[in-house]
Design a protein around this ligand. Sequence first.
Ligand code: NAP
Length: 331
Amino acid sequence: MAETFHALYLEKGEAGPKVRIGEVPASVLPDGEVLIRVAYSTINYKDAMMVKGIGYRIKDFPFVPGIDLAGTVEQSSCPDFKPGDQVVLNGYGAGEKFAGGYGAYARAKGEWLVAVPEGWTARDTMAVGTAGVTAMLAAMEFERGGLTPGGGDILVTGASGGLGSMSIAMLSALGYRVVAATGRMGEKAYLEQLGAAEIIPRSELEGGPDKPLMARRWAGCVDAVGGKTLATVIASLDQRGVIAACGLTGGNTFTASLIPFFLRGVRLVGIEGGHGPIDERREAWARIARTLSRDRLDAMTTDAVLDDLPSLADEMLAGRVRGRVVIDVNP
Ligand SMILES: NC(=O)c1ccc[n+]([C@@H]2O[C@H](COP(=O)([O-])OP(=O)(O)OC[C@H]3O[C@@H](n4cnc5c(N)ncnc54)[C@H](OP(=O)(O)O)[C@@H]3O)[C@@H](O)[C@H]2O)c1
């Protein structure tokens, strides 16, 4: 590769990191067996925070964010991947601890990579991104927890966002009856198109529970919101219900009664969409490829370029981005 590559990067500034778009030295790439020519990335809530310099301490500048990337292997000393292979990387520190997907090149350990599923493109995998992997990992937790389609409603909070949209599309395709909670009731038609059977306003959940045990409403929940919303869901889960705690857009702490855990056997499971055993993640990718229909993927995906990222990050942190956005990282 050349001595520099095109990227969106963060530069040290007096009042916090500054976003720049241009050439960065190839030396910003970490060690790793596989050099990837990146074609696409995406924007996740974490990326929006990173681009806006919120909540992260960056040690080395220039820093290339982007927790997800997909592209073509250019060099590899890993026996599992050869030049020309199409690969995906979700997380493992990309775009948080070392250079990530917002540049034309990335380097990674082979053990973190997943082959782009057959019949899929690099762009498709970025439409899925960490949001989709997390949604499928949540569905796999429901199965481990014994939740079956027909066994009661599954609530998805933060429904119009990336994780929410992915969760609705995949859980409904797996046969679950999905109820979407959103602050954007104007997105009803969109959420129904993804497979939601019912839409409720998120205001029903965000005040917190009024008693330790509320009416049993949900067999399971994929929660993108946290805070008081999560506390409300805990109090209104059915016997042996499972909550996949994924996100914190409504708050990163919560106060809840332990009573539902003891009297209803409620199970609260954290989902680590950005880390975890690669075998589980490769299984999640295989299942996503079998489960997610082209129509639903297209319905939730829009396209953008690196220049759009600063304003997209603002929109995302304000809760105004719908579904998933694929970023073409090349000029
Ligand atoms: N555990 C993991 O590995 C993992 C993986 C992916 C994402 N996440 C987390 O999951 C969350 C969602 O991520 P995302 O990529 O889906 O983000 P996103 O696309 O921005 O979606 C977030 C959604 O949350 C809702 N929301 C926003 N602000 C809110 C508030 N103050 N109170 C209540 N609801 C609010 C909005 O949905 P409505 O407009 O429909 O209400 C918004 O669309 C983030 O916290 C992210 O860090 C975690």
